[in-house]
Design a protein around this ligand. Structure first.
Ligand code: 6PG
Length: 249
């Protein structure tokens, strides 16, 4: 059964980002109160910058017990972590360097560890070890369930690093795969979570802003059965939210 997303529209990216930061803080408070841990998957690109800045600002930052929050990434470009094209570097500059997050709670994708395939296998190992350690899954369980997966969407309808027509769209068993030869910018290989992992999330929150995405967003939100765009294949067992700016509604 295709799940209809909950759509919230805002007058600006700033308003959208503030609402997303408040939503995340509220969810983190609840999860940490309930289970003493909050697992958050960050997205890349430019849209989440203001969100990460707002998460690091008072009073929102104070609402999150960072000692029990764990950060992961939905995808990463195969560049060094201090490269401006790295999704990690965006999060480090805007959030990680500004909150009291234990280094052990930062689960960065080692995107330049050997080949892209080796990096994907290494990240999957990191995830399996984490979820086993927190007792969420044993080693044979099929997929982990993150508390919140943040996603963006490109103008071609890609999400994370799952691009139209790529073989990664059909991955059914691996948690993490390497994606090479895409037309994405920057033109480097990428590491990405797969749909089975994304769709196991308790909550998926898309952030989308900018009129260039209007046609694709409307197709996806008005026609949930469409499979033209990778973002439409995000059908989580948990909650599905789209925070969009009014120009896209
Ligand atoms: C990436 C992102 C990607 C991003 C979209 C939207 O590594 O590029 O994870 O999926 O979310 O491309 O990017 P913008 O926010 O820059 O429009």
């Amino acid at each position: 059964m295709i799940k209809k997303p909950e759509i919230r529209s805002y007058s600006s990216l700033s308003e959208l980002s503030l609402a997303a930061a408040e939503y995340i803080a509220e969810l983190a408070e609840a999860r940490i109160k309930e289970r003493n841990i909050f697992t958050l998957v960050l997205s890349g690109g430019s849209t989440p910058r203001q969100l990460y800045e707002k998460l690091a600002n008072q009073p929102i930052s104070n609402r999150i017990d960072w000692q029990h929050a764990h950060l992961f990434w939905g995808d990463e470009r195969c560049v060094p972590p201090d490269n401006p094209d790295s999704n990690f570097s965006l999060a480090f500059e805007t959030l990680i360097s500004r909150v009291d997050l234990p280094p052990a709670n930062i689960h960065r994708i080692p995107a330049t560890t050997g080949s892209p395939k080796a990096a994907a296998e290494e990240y999957e190992k990191i995830l399996r070890e984490f979820f086993q350690a927190v007792g969420e899954t044993d080693s044979i369980i099929s997929f982990p369930s993150f508390d919140l997966v943040l996603l963006g969407m490109g103008v071609d309808g890609h999400t994370a690093s799952l691009f139209p027509g790529d073989a990664a769209l059909g991955e059914k068993t691996s948690w993490v795969v390497a994606v090479e030869g895409t037309s994405a910018s920057p033109p480097v290989p990428r590491i990405t979570l797969t749909f089975p992992v994304i769709n196991e999330a308790k909550c998926v929150l898309f952030l989308a802003s900018g009129s260039s995405k209007l046609q694709v967003i409307q197709e996806i939100l008005n026609n949930p059965h469409t499979v033209t765009y990778p973002a439409a294949k995000v059908q989580p067992s948990g909650k599905l939210l789209w925070f969009i700016d009014e120009g896209l509604a």
